[in-house]
Design a protein. Structure first.
Length: 301
């Protein structure tokens, strides 16, 4: 098809990333712009090659991190300082279901890492403690995921990131934490308040309304963000089809104007790099610096 039809646009749709690199590279070499499901690839080296190939050919790659283009996410970024003051922390957690730990992080955590960088910039370092069955992981604990997304490890992950300007971030995935944490998403903590982002194709955003301390204690209440531009949005516009359409519309505009897409391959690679850093830091039982020097998968030695 690539040789005979010579398409201008190619969508690599499988959520299993085993062949993302091979499929996307073939499309780029045939002269096509590429839409890729997340995670972009299984290794940073594969993602680096796709980006270099696309840039050399003047082609655009987008990755399905749809939440970045949900209408209320850029609106929240524009108003974040007025809502919570100076950003201090971003705390994220996955679905923490049967995939809790490494698989949860690769399948869904990359969405969270993408938004963490959207709000806080590129991380500077990462540290992590990863447990498997109650013990700290070693390379021998690497295993195949239930989907073809590369090796994973750990059933209990707690990781920390340091972002520019003194902003700290965390990512947690542990099945026993699921009921306490609630829906998967992230919380942005500022000097004046907090915002919670419950992850959906169009996230639901909540603002912490803080009350003063009294002799009986303190009662804080989370309320839907009243200025959310998606309040009242029709269900059809909140689903996968419209979310993907927003990414495609931006991709086509980027192709026409020569700019980078909002959901770019570079942004997706940086999200994947945060996940790889968690594995690397967990194995090292220490801190790793960005950008990662090892562009292969840390669980493959």
């Amino acid at each position: 098809m690539l040789q005979k039809e010579k398409p201008h646009l190619v969508c690599v749709a499988p959520r299993w990333s085993e062949q993302h690199h091979e499929m996307a590279l073939a499309a780029l070499r045939a002269g096509a712009h590429v839409y890729l499901e997340k995670p972009i690839t299984q290794t940073l080296a594969e993602a680096d090659e796709l980006i270099a190939t696309a840039r050399k050919a003047g082609l655009k790659i987008v990755v399905a991190h749809q939440m970045r283009l949900a209408p209320n996410i850029p609106a929240l970024k524009a108003e974040i300082h007025s809502l919570i003051g100076e950003l201090l922390e971003i705390n994220a957690h996955g679905k923490q279901d049967h995939r809790a730990g490494g698989e949860d992080m690769i399948v869904l955590g990359v969405h969270l890492f993408d938004l963490m960088q959207y709000f806080a910039g590129e991380p500077m370092w990462c540290s992590a403690r990863i447990l498997q069955g109650g013990h700290e992981i070693t390379s021998a604990d690497a295993r195949a995921a239930t989907e073809n997304i590369g090796p994973v490890t750990g059933d209990d992950i707690f990781s920390q990131f340091h972002f520019p300007g003194g902003v700290h971030g965390t990512f947690r995935s542990c099945a026993s934490n699921r009921d306490t944490a609630g829906p998967w998403g992230l919380e942005l903590v500022g000097m004046k308040g907090s915002v919670k982002v419950h992850m959906e194709m169009v996230p639901r955003i909540y603002i912490l309304k803080s009350n003063n301390w009294s002799a009986q204690g303190k009662t804080d209440e989370w309320k839907r963000w009243s200025e959310d531009p998606t309040m009242g949005m029709a269900d059809a516009d909140r689903g996968f089809a419209r979310a993907n359409a927003r990414v495609v519309d931006d991709w086509l505009e980027a192709i026409a104007t020569g700019r980078e897409p909002v959901c770019s391959a570079s942004a997706a690679t940086k999200a994947l790099e945060m996940a790889m850093a968690v594995f690397a830091a967990g194995l090292a039982k220490g801190r790793v610096e960005f950008p990662l020097k090892n562009r292969q998968h840390p669980l493959k030695g």
